[in-house]
Each structure stands twice: as C-alpha cells, then as structure tokens.
Design a binder for this molecule. Structure first.
Ligand code: HEC
Ligand SMILES: [Cu+2]
Length: 337
C-alpha cells in the first residue's frame, strides 16, 4: 500500500521493508511521547517546595534491570528483522534472470542476455531479476524506490542487486549520487569536469541519470526482447543504421574485439582484416575460401574448422546471436579489406 511517506509496494521486499520502517517509526513515536510525559510529570512532581529538602534516593534493582534488559530484547529483535531483510536483499535466487547494468557519466545502460541494450529498464512481472552493476568512471547508485532496492555501481567492481516485481506498471529509477549541476543554474560552471560529452550538454550530473522502469507481462517482455535485437536507429537520420554499421557495433558489444583485431594483427584469434574471400587453411590440413557460409559456420560452430596457427578457444555464439546479427557481422567483415 502506498502511504504518505512511502511509494507503492511493487516488489516482494516492499512489505517487509515497510513493516520494519513503520515499526521503528512508531516505536520512536511511542518512546518520544512516553519520555516527554515522564519528564513533565517528574518536573512537576519533584518541583521545589518550601520546607522540603532533596535527599539522595535509594537504589532500585528491579527498575535498573528492567530498563537494561527490555531495550536489549527490543534491539536484538530489531537486529534480527534487519539482518533477515538484509540477507533476503543480498541473496538472489539461483534462477534469477540476469541483466547487466553499466553506469557512466551520465547514463545507465541495461544489457540483456540476448545482447540487446536499452535505456529503459524493462523487467518481467513475478520473476526474480538480478542486476549486475558496474561503472565506467565514478561511483553511481541505482535506486528503484517502488521495489525498495538500491545499490552502488563502483568502478572496477561488480555489485549485484535483485528484486521480484509483484505487479505490472511503470515507475522511476534514480541515481542517488546527487552531485552535479544543470545548465542555467547558479551551480553550473562551463568546463566543469562533471559536464557530459559534447552533444549532451543537458546531462551534467548524477541527478539527470533518471529513467523509467517498465514492469511487463511475459508476452510484453518477450516482444521487448525481440525489439532490442533490431538495428539501433541513427539519431541523425532517424532511421535504422546499415547492416555494416550494426555489425561494427556488435563486434564491440558481443566482445569479438577481445580476440579479433580489424587492423591485421593476430590476437587470440585471426584478424578480420582482408578475411573475406581469402583462402583459409585449417589445422587438419584442409582449405576453404572464407565466404559468407564459412563465416556463419565460424560463428555458430567455431570448432568445425580451426584456423591453422590458432587454438579452438572461440565460444559458439549459437543462441546468443540471431540470424540478422550474424548477417550484420558478415556485412561488416566484408568491408574490412
Ligand atoms: C575467446 C576469443 C574469441 C572470441 C571472443 C571470438 N572469437 Fe572468433 N575466433 C577465435 C579463435 C581462436 C579463432 C580461430 C580458431 C577457429 O577457427 O576456431 C576464431 C575464428 C573466427 C572466425 C574465422 C576466422 C578466420 O580467420 O578464418 C570468425 C569469422 C570468427 N572467429 C568470428 C567471431 C565473431 C563474429 C565473434 C564475436 C561474436 C568472435 N569470433 C568472438 C577466438 C575468438
Ligand atoms: Cu550517477
């Protein structure tokens, strides 16, 4: 339930978290009222009266033990519920769906298991989702109030958070590193290192790293997953980029670039420069011309033909890359003369 102080409860954590919050809150209210009332009462009761001298009072064991033990019990109880909540929050179920989250100045990127990217966080309802966060520059912090989850994205470190949404709808996420200044405000200074890259002048701080979370049904979510595998649109023309350009993007996003260069130098795998149409020699002594069918096979079954001078260490991209993406990669390799 949404209250004056708290956003709607849209994850399985929300009720427990809010219960602890309100328990501590009303406990504080109760103690505040009780302590003030006792204070006022004693001030009045032991006020100075003519002819009465104050005397040192006696020692009351029962009272002393009572006010030592009862807070102890209360605090151990609070520790227990807090710790249990913490364990729940930090231990994602083994079958959770993973989404890779990359933070940088000043945007979040969500990468899905199929290799697609989005700037809006789409999640399926009633399914545990685990976010794996990292940062490319400074500390950022992803906060989704309706789910009651928040976690720092730290450079050089993977952090994780998870949740299970309990209903469909749209809500907000924030970066809770609040520093930065907007163009046109008094805090803004030209040349400030917190100013984003050329072209995104509006984005000058963590406060602009906000966005939408869309909680979708199973069917809506799979439609979304399909859509992010289409070529991205070029902001300049408003149209989808060409297959060659898309291929060059997949070369990086699918990390082919960690093993294949495009400048002719051999890395873990052969360079792609001049690859298309060249005769390839394999460790078993056979040959084949690198045509589109060969490139396709190399991506889906890398060990069917292992290039001489290399080891069969390339992972298969079957099931990870879709037909269209493989076409785009081939189109890109063709341009590398
Ligand atoms: C872990 C390193 C590694 C990654 C990552 C990798 N490859 Fe490979 N790749 C290799 C190695 C090693 C070979 C050579 C051995 C073989 O043929 O299996 C190879 C061979 C190839 C070939 C044949 C090259 C030739 O000269 O005949 C193609 C095409 C290819 N990879 C495409 C890709 C694509 C596309 C990706 C990314 C989606 C990719 N590779 C990711 C290691 C890698
Ligand atoms: Cu940030």
């Amino acid at each position: 339930m949404e209250t004056l102080q708290l956003p709607p409860q849209w994850s399985t954590f929300a009720r427990q978290t809010d219960w602890v919050f309100y328990f501590i809150y009303y406990l504080s209210v109760a103690f505040f009222v009780a302590i003030c009332a006792a204070m006022v009462y004693f001030v009045w009761k032991y006020r100075r009266k003519p002819g009465v001298m104050s005397e040192p009072s006696g020692h009351n064991n029962l009272l002393e033990i009572g006010w030592t033990v009862s807070p102890l019990v209360l605090l151990v109880f609070l520790f227990h519920v807090g710790y249990r909540g913490y364990v729940d929050l930090t231990m994602p179920p083994a079958d959770a769906m993973e989404i890779r989250v990359r933070a940088r100045k000043w945007a979040w990127d969500f990468e899905y298991a199929n290799g697609g990217h989005a700037t809006v966080l789409h999640v399926p309802v009633h399914r545990p989702v685990k976010l794996i966060l990292s940062s490319e520059d400074v500390i950022h912090s992803l906060y989704i109030p309706a789910f009651r989850v928040k976690r720092d994205a730290v450079p050089g470190y993977y952090s994780t958070m998870w949740f299970e949404a309990t209903q469909t709808g749209e809500t907000d996420f924030f970066c809770t590193e609040y520093c930065g200044a907007a163009v046109g405000t008094s805090e803004y200074r030209e040349g400030d290192p917190n100013v984003g890259r050329e072209g995104d002048r509006r984005h000058t701080g963590h406060f602009s790293m906000i966005g939408r979370v869309k909680i979708e049904t199973r069917a809506e979510f799979s439609t979304f997953l399909e859509s992010i595998l289409r070529p991205p649109t070029d902001p300049a023309t408003g149209r989808e980029v060409s297959p060659e350009v898309w291929g060059s993007l997949i070369y990086r996003s699918s990390q082919c670039n960690t093993c294949h260069s495009i400048d002719g130098s051999a890395m873990t795998g052969p360079s792609w420069r001049g690859l298309f149409g060249r005769s390839r020699e394999f460790v078993d002594g056979t040959n084949r011309v690198a045509d589109a069918n060969y490139l396709r096979e190399s991506i889906l079954q890398p060990n069917a033909h292992v290039v001489r001078g290399f080891n069969g260490v390339m992972p298969s991209f079957a099931g990870t890359l879709r037909d269209q993406q493989i076409d785009a990669l081939i189109a890109y390799i063709r341009t590398l003369r």
